[in-house]
Design a protein around this ligand. Sequence first.
Ligand SMILES: [Mg+2]
Ligand SMILES: [Zn+2]
Length: 217
Amino acid sequence: MKPQLLIACDFDGTVTRQDTLVEILNRFGSPRWREIQERVVSGELSIREGLEAEMRTVKASSEELRSLLRDRVEVDPAFHAFLKRVRAHGIPLVCLSGGFDLCLETVLTQVGLGTLPFLANRLVRNNGSWHVQFPYPSSTCSACGHCKGDPIRTWNGQGYRTVFAGNGVTDRCAARLAGLTFAKDELLAWSRAQGVEAVGFSTFADVQRELEDRRWL
Ligand SMILES: [Mg+2]
Ligand SMILES: [Zn+2]
């Protein structure tokens, strides 16, 4: 019998080719943002602290952010075909993002995927500066802003075989817990260093091929 799959994907650098936060910070943030990011990757700052500090340096309006994202951010061209295949099998697919609701809404709407379900942090503008709200606090993980491990644990408990694809530092908890993890970039290097089992991928065509080879799709 085929397992009942549930597919969860990171958004930035996984569904998209560019990272929406990197695009925003490169264009509108302080040049110091890379130092903040290095302190997050090294563990000196939490992901929450890093996100808040980085976004505090951005003064642009929401329309400026949206317009930049529409210009700069592309979705993996293989994602549409993958999503179609997955939906034809009745398999749920959810985006789990350590980024911001505004970014997912803007990019997904632009490519006709405005109804794709996602969980993300919330970006709120107050007195001319940006603040980050974390609507999915975790009782088990203090490291992540939005811990992607929590929903994976819940879905595993509901009997789904969870498949996760990601590329970055906010994907580590999900990568440890998913039934099958696809990883690239920083997440792949981390998985190898930590002995976390992960299949390397570069686009959703690779993910689709692997799931087909396993006869899960
Ligand atoms: Mg990412
Ligand atoms: Zn976590």
